[in-house]
Design a protein around this ligand. Structure first.
Ligand SMILES: NC(=O)c1ccc[n+]([C@@H]2O[C@H](COP(=O)([O-])OP(=O)(O)OC[C@H]3O[C@@H](n4cnc5c(N)ncnc54)[C@H](O)[C@@H]3O)[C@@H](O)[C@H]2O)c1
Length: 470
């Protein structure tokens, strides 16, 4: 019915269009989906290691939206649309109507943390959301209590807490986590699960022999190898249970051969790392503009002032190094100094994070950018982003939960492991080894929407547009 109305409305215009356009319109009346997508039936259980500022802002936000108290601003899955077919067709459904996503009412939650605070207490301490809003949601938020965490102080030096699992070996701890996952599935009645890491940033490490295969990793777990970080134990337990794992921190976690092997074998998608929220979001918008106009860059100095627990954790050099690596990679990949040596061969890129408690979650991300133009004349750009870290991160968490669950239900995506089409959400997107990541926000968005079009058998949008002028 809706389609007939649309044709009636655009019929006059379609008659005047070139044959190729009308041919296309006929073809796409019967799109051939690529693979099958299982319906989003039943509840989706969201399991969150790390019930801090981001996690509580996400869960409280979902509940506020369910109750009609607020809107899901910033969420592509809730507010975004996807254009289908030619610009003349006027077909732009909402993403959540175009692909079968879990509804917000179907989400159920659990989490792990080293502190014993429930979601209401943790959200109140995080100080991101208005206390009056949290009080309205108190019974619901208080019901989400933390399971005991797998934690190692050596990996997050600035914090310690009492709610921690004990086990003789790291393999014992992994088994306990698998028990938690099964318990949650049973008690919540969820038909599907996803693990979403919102825990602290761990100290910087590089992959070793222990991470190269499932066999080596399991041996290392039994031998308590110190190169196995807690986040990897959560990932291992999840993937063994066939549960997808998305990583919001810059930790190595799933960016390892062992996890790719498990992910593919158990059809449990993986993606990460490090939510792209404030300063890096701006960087991946501005840098592509400079490159598009062939403007040179001599230096980019970025500094941050933040006072939440994340800021405190990042005050430790080990955790900061992990974050620094994640933030620094972006410019090299976008600007390609190898291809444009005169423009980007000598750029100086510096990133600082300063823990400054009075700011709380309200981070100030400040950038000084030295660029040069025609004949080498210098110019400067200053960006001062007074942002709210967890307000920017929460919609990303929601989108990832829903889209990773979609991947798990899609016959085309569930077995490929890394979900590169979700690069849009990350500072350090994962790719198969040897492939450089796409950082440009708009390329990432096109990749995401084209993946959705592809799944539904709709024509991919290339923006060529010559057929309008035949
Ligand atoms: N907010 C943003 O804009 C943003 C952007 C990118 C990445 N991140 C990352 O997201 C993560 C969460 O940020 P946040 O602001 O909520 O931090 P937070 O400090 O408020 O919360 C992290 C929580 O994780 C817990 N934790 C640490 N190790 C754990 C473990 N092994 N098991 C279970 N719980 C553990 C901590 O006790 C804490 O409650 C951080 O790694 C941060 O770097 C945040």
């Amino acid at each position: 019915m809706a389609r007939r109305n649309r044709s009636a409305k655009t019929g006059a215009r379609e008659k005047a269009l070139p044959a190729e356009v009308t041919e296309y319109a006929k073809r796409r009346d019967k799109p051939q989906p690529n693979g099958t997508i299982q319906p989003a039936k039943g509840k989706l259980g969201v399991m969150i290691p790390g019930m801090g500022a981001v996690a509580t802002t996400f869960v409280a936000g979902v509940e506020a939206i369910r109750r009609g108290l607020a809107k899901p601003i910033g969420s592509l899955t809730q507010m975004g649309t996807v254009r289908l077919g030619k610009r003349t067709e006027g077909r732009s459904p909402k993403i959540k109507e175009f692909v079968p996503l879990a509804g917000l009412d179907d989400l159920v939650f659990t989490g792990w943390d080293i502190f014993e605070d429930n979601m209401y207490e943790a959200a109140s301490k995080a100080g991101v959301l208005d206390q009056r809003l949290l009080d309205q949601l108190k019974p619901f938020l208080s019901s989400v209590t933390p399971r005991a965490a797998v934690f190692d102080h050596n990996y997050v030096k600035k914090i310690d807490g009492p709610n921690v699992k004990k086990g003789k070996t790291k393999m014992d701890l992994a088994e306990q986590l698998r028990g938690d996952i099964r318990d949650f599935k049973k008690t919540s009645g969820a038909s599907r699960l996803i693990t979403m890491w919102c825990g602290s940033t761990e100290s910087y490490i590089e992959a070793t022999e222990a991470h190269q295969s499932v066999k080596a990793f399991e041996k290392a777990l039994r031998e308590n190898d110190e190169m196995i970080a807690p986040s990897m134990i959560y990932a291992y337990a999840s993937l063994l249970e066939g549960v997808p794992f998305a990583n919001g921190a810059p930790n190595l976690t799933v960016d390892l051969p062992v996890m790719l092997e498990l992910s593919r074998k158990n059809q449990a998608p993986i993606c990460g790392k490090d939510f792209k929220t404030g300063q890096t979001l701006m960087k991946t918008v501005l840098a592509p503009a400079f490159k598009a106009r062939l403007l040179g860059l001599s230096g980019w100095y970025s500094t941050n002032i933040l006072g939440n627990r994340d800021g405190e954790v990042l005050d430790d050099p080990g955790s900061f190094k992990t974050k620094e690596e994640s933030k620094l990679g972006v410019l090299e990949h976008i600007l390609q100094p190898g291809l444009y040596p005169e423009l980007y061969g000598n750029m100086f890129h510096k990133v600082r994070i300063n823990y400054y408690p009075p700011r709380g979650d309200n981070k100030e991300g400040w950038d000084n950018i030295d660029i040069f133009g025609w004949l080498g004349y210098p110019m400067q750009i200053k960006v001062d982003f007074l942002c709210r870290d967890s307000i920017l991160a929460a919609p990303i968490v929601l989108d990832l939960v829903l889209l990773v669950d979609l991947a798990k239900r899609s016959s085309e995506l569930q077995g490929i492991g890394i979900q590169e089409w979700l690069s849009f959400y990350f500072k350090s997107p994962m790719t198969v080894p040897g492939l450089y990541p796409e950082h440009d926000l708009f390329i990432q968005l096109m990749k995401l929407k084209n993946t959705l079009r592809h799944l539904r058998g709709e024509e991919l949008i290339t923006h060529l547009g010559l057929e309008y002028y035949d």
